[in-house]
Design a protein. Sequence first.
Length: 405
Amino acid sequence: NQKFDVVVVGGGSAGISVTASLLKRDSDLRIAIIEPSNFHFYQPAWTLVGSGDYPIEKTRRPMADVIPSNATWIKAAVSKLHPDRNAVQLSDDSTVFYGQLIVCPGLRLAWEKIEGLQDTLGQNGVTSNYKFELAPYTRELIEKVRSGTALFTQPPMPIKCAGAPQKAMYLSCDYWLRNKVLKSINVEFHNAGAVLFGVKEFVGPLMEYVKKYNAKLNFSSTLVKVHGPSKTAWFDVKAEDGSVMRVERKFSMIHVVPPQVPHDFVKESPLADAAGWCLVDNATLQSPAFPNVFSLGDIASTPNAKTAAAVRKQVVVVAKNLLALRNHKQLLSKYDGYGSCPLTVQKGKIILAEFGYGGKLLPTFPLDPTKPRKSAWALKASFLPRFYWAGMLKGKEWITKCSEV
Ligand code: FAD
């Protein structure tokens, strides 16, 4: 059995960045990252991989290359959390003890919740930008489809990068428009939710693109079943009176965004809220029941947009508060709910949606945030990836500024 000052569960955007940030502040800390994957992924670029605007190889690096050299990598999956005895259990049944714990294993993509989906992903016109192996297939399909129906789906909230389902649609439509085939393709967006985007200021500008591409919006329409060989999808459509009708649609291609759930080991632990997410204070990111536990990233209960952009701000809050606690000081760092969703409305142009708790607009630049801009595309396609690998994952303070009281 091993013991560390700090144990970090998950080596994704949050786990690597927060470890690097902590070690920059206190290089004597003994930190272990528990992470089963051989690779670390830069998921925000998968939307651009799907449209053929970014090479897939650049979105993946060996995990060994991103784990800070002065941290210990325990290559295993966590199977149980025991915050009552400051321990985590691994899949091989060994136990690791900690002084402080950071829970950041992301969320789980629940592909199995859509009947038949796993049998046909990556073939028969069924794709998803939510998986490294599949994002290039989206581009392949966009090039192949010349007629018929193209379906794009969005599952119930919360999901990571809530704009990603419609981003896939806009970039596909833009390609078809430029190649003069859009008028032969029936484009449908099926959203389990009731609105196009959660922050009202962005809905109008997005609707302009929906009209431009002649996409048909279907709200309260949840994908429940796919049959690849017959290219058929089924949706449960909820009416205002609460009744549900099953609707069948044939497709040439379907871009699926899977339902997204907390991992069982978090859901079944004493750290979980009623929905299974890791319960923390919205501002300090500390567990109310177990003060030596913090959480950030997609698994955290905080009601922000689940994005790497949110992680960027949360990292400093957790690093500073965790160290304050170690030094018996007050927790002064506060997270304001910042998240960002670069909405790729056409090739070369992005509406850079940045907002905090309650949908409060938090633009980084002094420009109208609802306008599509070329500069925002350049930011996403070339600046942000470099900024991620060389700055955020290295725990560079200037990149992860936070608001403080
Ligand atoms: P992740 O980065 O997913 O990492 C979780 C890690 O935990 C993984 O390495 C995993 O292997 C590990 N893990 C899982 N289970 C266990 C276990 N049992 N034990 C130990 N470790 C475990 N964000 C933006 O900011 N902008 C965007 O434009 C954007 N677009 C996106 C587009 C797509 C298609 C997708 C899929 C995501 C997008 N995101 C975007 C969201 C962003 O990638 C996530 O919000 C971010 O990666 C969350 O970081 P995380 O560390 O919480 O989770």
